[in-house]
Design a binder for this molecule. Structure first.
Ligand code: CA
Length: 595
């Protein structure tokens, strides 16, 4: 017994610190170390008291429930003893809460980037001891050595482009032997990947972003971890993850289908996402406490403004509601976006907070992903015909379905992302159609997100994920093309980039386009016109998805145009007679209406 106790060690305490002043004053620590379950845990401080100690299936874990009594910053020792002898000690710190999340909304223009593919600001961290995935910028699946320092170095680029918020794909450790660059295979929930930077650097990045008026959205993954996560070799409980051997059917429809077979539901919820990503069992309460506290920890540690929840529908809904409710209880102004990937509004809408279809379903998601609009734009702008369910009609009909959403203004809208073909490729690299798509993105109701590189019409030449995630030109030493300086950009790239910059910066100051009511007209003669109207301000957006020059039919839009005489083109700045507005073939125009 004596030798046994001498072998007790502390390897991890998670969360590694906490804060005073949370509404919920309890905390559940995970203690990990060799034979740790043989120890007793004591705290001899008025700052905190032990409520309960739970042994797990593995003898190398203890879960310790604490009540935080301190109301001011404090620290205390967690003392492990065995046979009356102290075997280990950990000094635990309680800090003052300082995070004030700003949240995000329709006033924002969000930029999504993958840190490994954006800019290499620190060649010194390209190779890190103990991290074996290869670095090879010519291999789309390998690491390309981009990092957080690279984003910090180029922070001035974003406000210039008109961006107001940054969403980074996950930055936590992905110590996987291959295919680790994307960040969604987490191996440590409390550690930024050293090839991207450090926890301190990430916190500094958020601070510097805030200084430039940029909000930061953290991409969080609750559905799965990596098979190389440190706990996979020694799980605390046998049911920490679901059993392996079965894989997702990826049909989230089963959650809503009134006729769904039980087998299909179980397969969707409790199977592994892919062989490298075990499905976390969100019905294990120790795991759920772990993930909830981990979320609060990052918000308070790094001062992030919003969360984007990966693979939301795949998670246990009871757990997700508990997690989001707890986050919003502590941070009412933080925004939460759930990734809900369906084509149809009827399947996405039930996931938005306040939805009534079906009545039994509810979430705390302020925002969900408008994949329906994405598909309508990417497919519709390629159609020859614009009637009924074709072409611009696709977009029109998608927006009709907004009646299903409790809050269409808070849908996140996009024209591509890291998981789909790049929009410039979808549109046949046609600059005219590209500008139409960008116009829709910047003027439609909702919260626009732009994927890095879309501002210069980056392409995805193949179908693999790597093809959609090429390096941002200018982020690597020796790049001949540099988006940050404009050097080496082709004429079409410049044209697209100028267009984004123009519209995005105008959008920042247009309340009508941010919050105005959307009024749309049925597309006719290849022309689709909609308005954004707010307190006497009106914005008119007109798209011509056909081969003829068209004149805007003043009479048809009279219910809005009747109050105005002129329209100011927000791109050229020129004022035009409202009765004489022309649309070139395959073009989009945005106007502020003036009397
Ligand atoms: Ca690097």
């Amino acid at each position: 017994m004596n030798t046994y106790s001498q072998n007790i060690t502390f390897a991890r305490v998670e969360p590694p610190n906490w804060w005073v002043g949370f509404k919920n004053d309890t905390l559940q620590l995970l203690l990990y170390g060799k034979n740790i379950s043989a120890a007793t845990v004591e705290i001899k401080s008025p700052a905190a008291e032990v409520l309960k100690i739970t042994k797990a299936h593995s003898t190398n874990y203890l879960f310790v429930d604490l009540r935080i009594n301190a109301s001011e910053p404090a620290d205390f020792d967690i003392i492990l003893t065995a046979q009356g002898r102290q075997v280990a000690r950990y000094n635990y710190k309680l800090f003052e809460r300082t995070a004030r999340p700003q949240g995000f909304g329709p006033e924002d223009f969000i930029y999504l980037l993958m840190p490994d593919r954006f800019a290499n600001g620190d060649p010194g961290n390209d190779y890190e001891r103990g991290y074996n995935d290869r670095v090879d910028p010519t291999d789309p699946d390998a690491r390309h050595a981009g990092d957080i320092q690279g984003i910090i170095q180029h922070l001035d680029y974003f406000p210039r482009l008109g961006v107001t918020a940054l969403w980074l794909s996950p930055v936590l450790e992905n110590n996987n032997p291959s295919y680790s660059y994307h960040g969604y295979g987490i191996t440590d929930f409390y550690k930024v990947d050293p090839r991207l930077g450090s926890n301190e650097l990430y916190r500094d990045f958020v601070r510097q972003a805030h200084r430039r008026g940029l909000k930061v959205i953290e991409d969080v993954v609750y559905n799965h971890c990596s098979i190389n996560h440190w706990w996979m070799k020694d799980k605390p409980f046998e049911d920490w993850v679901h059993g392996s051997g079965t894989y997702q059917n990826y049909h989230g429809s089963v959650l809503l289908d009134p006729h769904a077979a039980r087998r299909d539901r179980t397969e969707f919820l409790d199977s592994w996402f892919v062989p490298q990503m075990p499905d976390l069992n969100q019905r294990n309460l120790y795991l759920t406490n772990y993930l909830i506290q981990n979320t609060l920890w990052w918000i308070e540690y790094a001062h992030i403004d919003g969360l984007r929840i990966d693979t939301y529908a795949y998670c246990d809904s009871v757990f997700m509601n508990r997690l989001t409710a707890r986050v919003l209880e502590e941070y009412p102004h933080l925004s939460i976006l759930g990734e809900i990937w369906f084509q149809k509004a009827s399947l996405i809408a039930p996931f938005q907070r306040g939805a009534s279809l079906p009545a039994s379903f509810h979430t705390n998601l302020q925002s969900v992903t408008d994949f329906g609009l994405y598909y309508a734009i990417a497919e519709g702008l390629n159609d020859e015909d614009n009637n009924w369910r074709h072409g611009l009609g696709k977009i029109y009909y998608r927006l009709v379905e907004d009646y299903l959403y409790p809050d269409p203004d808070n849908l996140v809208i996009f024209i591509d992302n890291h998981d789909v073909e790049r929009i410039f490729t979808s549109l046949g690299e046609d600059v005219r159609r590209m500008k139409m798509a960008l116009t829709l993105l910047m003027t439609m109701r909702g919260i626009p997100v732009m994927y890095y590189g879309t501002e210069i019409g980056m392409t995805s030449d193949g179908k693999t994920d790597g093809d959609k995630r090429k390096d941002f030109p200018g982020g690597w030493a020796g790049d001949k093309v540099n988006v940050f300086t404009g050097e080496g950009l082709t004429q079409p790239q410049k044209e697209i980039s100028d267009y984004v910059q123009r519209l995005a910066n105008w959008r920042k100051g247009s309340e009508a386009v941010q919050r105005g009511r959307l009024i749309q007209f049925i597309p006719r003669d290849d022309v689709y016109v909609y308005f954004r109207v707010l307190d006497g301000q009106a914005v008119m957006v007109a798209l011509n998805n056909g081969e003829y020059v068209r004149t805007i039919d003043y009479g048809r839009y009279n219910e809005i145009l009747g109050d105005y005489n002129y329209a100011r083109d927000v791109v050229s700045g020129k004022k035009e007679d409202i009765k004489e507005i022309k649309l070139a073939p395959y073009s989009a125009r945005v106007f502020e209406l003036v009397q």
